[in-house]
Write a protein that binds this ligand. Structure first.
Ligand code: ATP
Length: 219
C-alpha cells in the first residue's frame, strides 16, 4: 500500500515574512523532500496592536514564495475572516487527512517553550507531530533541544502524531520584531527578501504603523 504523503504546516504571523522563515522552509523542502504549507494567521493574537493589515501580510507572503519550490499558502484563517487557536487549525487539517497521514507542525524554539500557554495545548500532540526549529531565546542559556531527536529522514518517522523532533538547522538571528524596529527607524532591512522590501517601501508600511485590532489567544 502507498504511504500517505506527510503534511508539513508552518504557521505564523509573517509580519513581515523574512529570510529566516524562508531559510526554515527551504531546509524542510531540501532535507525532508516535503511540501511546506504556510498558514498565516489572520490577526496575530499575541501582540497588540498589529502593525499592518492581513491583506498586506498575505501580499508579502505571496511575493516571498514566488519562484520557491515546494511551498504553498493555505488561507484557512483568511477564508474564516478570523484567527483561531493552533489546535483548531490542526483539527481542521486533521479532518481532511486520513487518520494515518503524518501531520507535522513547524515552530521556532521560542514558540515551543511557550506551548504550555496555548489554547488546548494538551491536544496539539494528539493531532500532530512537532518540528522545532532551533532559535536563540532571551533569558534561556543554550538550547532546550539537546534531548530532542533530529528529523533527518521523514520516511523513517511516518507517525500520524505525538512526536517531537528538531530540524537540523543553524540558528538564524532574524525576527520580525527587529525588522519592524529597523523599518520604523526609517531603514531598510537586509533580512527581508528583495520583493518584500520593495513592497514595504512602495506601500510605506511599518513607518507610521497602521494599527489594526487584534484578538488574544495564545500568549
Ligand atoms: P515576531 O518577532 O513578530 O514574534 P517572528 O520573527 O517570530 O515574529 P513569526 O511569523 O511569528 O515570526 O514566526 C512564525 C514561526 O517561525 C514561529 O514558530 C517562530 O518561532 C518561527 N521563527 C521565526 N523566525 C525564526 C528564526 N529566525 N529561527 C527559528 N524560528 C523562527
Amino acid at each position: 500500500m502507498r504511504q500517505p504523503q506527510p503534511e508539513v504546516v508552518f504557521g505564523g504571523t509573517f509580519d513581515p515574512v523574512h529570510k529566516g522563515h524562508l531559510a526554515i522552509a527551504r531546509a524542510l523542502v531540501q532535507q525532508l523532500k516535503v511540501t511546506v504549507r504556510f498558514v498565516p494567521v489572520f490577526k496575530p493574537g499575541h501582540r497588540q496592536p498589529c502593525e499592518v493589515s492581513p491583506d498586506h501580510r498575505m501580499a508579502m507572503l505571496t511575493l516571498a514564495l514566488e519562484g520557491e519550490e515546494g511551498m504553498l499558502i493555505d488561507a484557512y484563517e483568511f477564508s474564516l475572516g478570523e484567527t483561531v487557536p493552533t489546535s483548531q487549525l490542526l483539527r481542521h487539517l486533521r479532518s481532511q487527512l486520513s487518520s494515518v497521514t503524518p501531520l507535522f507542525f513547524v515552530l521556532g524554539e521560542d514558540a515551543f517553550v511557550d506551548l504550555p500557554n496555548w489554547v488546548e495545548s494538551d491536544q496539539i500532540l494528539e493531532m500532530a507531530n512537532l518540528i522545532v526549529v532551533p532559535r536563540t531565546i532571551e533569558k534561556i542559556e543554550g538550547s532546550i533541544l539537546s534531548e530532542i531527536p533530529h528529523l533527518t529522514a521523514i520516511e523513517d518517522n511516518m507517525v500520524a502524531s505525538g512526536r517531537v523532533f528538531q530540524l537540523s538547522f543553524p540558528k538564524v538571528e532574524t525576527s520580525a520584531t527587529s525588522i519592524r524596529a529597523q523599518l520604523a527607524g526609517g531603514g531598510r532591512s537586509s533580512a527581508l527578501p528583495q520583493s518584500v522590501g520593495d513592497y514595504i517601501e512602495r506601500q510605506g508600511l511599518y513607518r507610521t504603523p497602521e494599527k489594526t485590532e487584534c484578538v488574544t489567544f495564545e500568549s
